[in-house]
Design a protein around this ligand. Structure first.
Ligand code: PLZ
Length: 441
């Protein structure tokens, strides 16, 4: 792959540099503080796994804008496909007069989504909008109202999806009232609960039976690997048992693959690691190399339960974003980015897999593909250590490495690099993170 920016970290000013500081001053006068930022370093361009800021510093991106630029920043082929579409047709509104890229993307999604049954899709603008539409669809299909999500879930920031999102602070605080008929049920979090998959599933099912009632439930929404929740990977057998329970009680099983899907974890969808075929899947983020588009895909009978006109939206499945998504999916397949994500997993394991033995503040390193979490603890315990995360993020961003935070206790260092990241960049970035870990003692 050709990169327009050399794939190396290079600092030419302090971080943030003078131009970033000037932009930060302007920003504070123009942008609401509610849109808080992890690092006030303003980016000018990107290529592969490198971001270049307005002062000419080159930073290693370990976040991909929260799991979006999986195929690398500003991919030239995707840019060209989008530009070509933009010159041809930018908008009609699919539900007024349709166009091919929407149909083609729905066809492609049917091919890559698990399950050999007939499938249908709808296209929307954002992850939250996909989840919100999936809620409408499963309610329409089942005629039931209750929606379940898992503890530590993140499903979005609209009023409905915020209410399905676990963490009260800062996402939800003071922003109610929230809709009803939504329940959060216990997840399998092996590092915290020590339960096997079947044991954790029995706990979840018992909770549903004793608090809610299985026959009331329209849909169960799960992230097969939780992202914002702290790269929580439920134990083997957990989702298989929940899926069987859903089938027994007519509950639609929805895999929210918005963060973990589309090659990121070394499979098209992260639910594949759990050997479960979901009824519906939500996709967004990594599907279009940075363009905004999202989808709900799944069983034809469920998706078609909605009356014509029952779902829609002005920009949903925008032709330019759809063209970018089609090119992104083509590149992922052609260049075998699923194998590349597996390569990143091996490289990360080899480089940082022993941190729990080497650093007292590291409780566990876990991950799949290019999706890793480092659980930070108070030495000698499993208690969360948010101060350690703050210190690591401060050190990393000041030294040209951009990782992410995660976890209900703000104590998981989250790594979502591009699948094109080189071993050399992983080594360099890990070295910077290790300086911070060394300083923590
Ligand atoms: N479902 C699993 O990860 C978005 C949010 C960033 P949108 N996660 C990152 C932020 O601070 O808001 C996400 C997700 C899962 C749904 C969503 C929501 O997707 O495209 O951000 O609406």
């Amino acid at each position: 792959m050709d990169f327009s920016i050399p794939q190396e970290r290079k600092l030419v000013t302090d971080l943030p540099g003078p131009r970033s500081l000037a932009l930060q001053e302007r920003r504070e006068r123009a942008v609401s503080r509610g849109a808080g930022t992890l690092a006030s370093i303003y980016m000018e361009r990107g290529s592969g796994a490198i971001l270049e800021d307005v002062d000419g510093n080159r930073l290693i991106d370990l976040g991909c804008g929260i799991g979006v630029t999986t195929i690398g920043h500003a991919n030239a082929e995707v840019a060209e496909a989008a530009a070509e579409q933009a010159r041809k047709l930018t908008h009609t509104l699919f539900t007024v007069t349709p166009y091919e890229p929407y149909v083609r993307l729905a066809e492609r999604l049917a091919e890559i989504t698990p399950g050999d049954f007939e499938k249908r899709s709808i296209l929307v603008n954002s992850g939250a909008e996909a989840v919100e539409n999936a809620v409408k669809i499963v309610r329409r299909h089942t005629g039931r109202r209750v929606i379940l999500s898992l503890d530590h879930a993140f499903h979005g920031r609209t009023n409905l999806t915020m209410a399905m999102t676990y963490r009260p602070w800062p996402e939800r605080a003071g922003m109610g009232p929230f809709p009803g008929d939504l329940y959060s049920v216990p997840v399998s979090y092996p590092f915290k609960d020590g339960l096997s998959g079947p044991e954790a599933a029995a706990r979840t099912i018992d909770y549903i039976r004793t608090h809610i009632g299985a026959e009331e439930v329209a849909g169960l929404f799960v992230e097969p690997i939780q992202g914002d929740g702290g790269i929580v990977i439920p134990a083997e057998g957990y989702f298989a048992a929940l899926k069987a329970f859903c089938e027994e009680h007519g509950i639609v099983f929805v895999a929210d693959e918005i963060q973990a899907g589309i090659a990121r974890t070394g499979a098209w969808y992260s639910i594949e690691h759990h050997g479960v075929v979901p009824d519906l899947v939500t996709t967004a983020k990594g599907i279009a190399g940075g363009f905004p588009i999202a989808a709900v895909t799944g069983r034809a009978d469920i998706m078609d339960a909605v009356q014509p006109g029952g779902v829609g939206g002005t920009f949903g499945g925008n032709p330019v974003s759809a063209a970018a998504a089609l090119k992104t999916l083509e590149i992922i397949e052609r260049d075998d980015f699923i194998a590349e994500a597996q390569r990143v997993e091996r490289a990360l394991r080899a480089r940082i897999g022993d941190w729990a033995e080497r650093y007292p503040v590291v409780g566990e390193v876990r991950g799949k593909g290019a999706m890793f979490g480092v659980e930070l603890v108070r030495p000698g315990t499993r208690e969360p250590n948010p101060e350690a995360l703050t210190a690591i993020l401060r050190h990393a961003t000041a030294h040209g490495v951009i990782p992410l935070d995660a976890g209900s206790w703000d104590s998981v260092l989250r790594l979502l690099p591009s699948v094109v990241i080189s071993e050399a960049l992983i080594d360099d970035a890990a070295g910077v993170l290790e300086q911070a870990l060394d300083a923590l003692g």
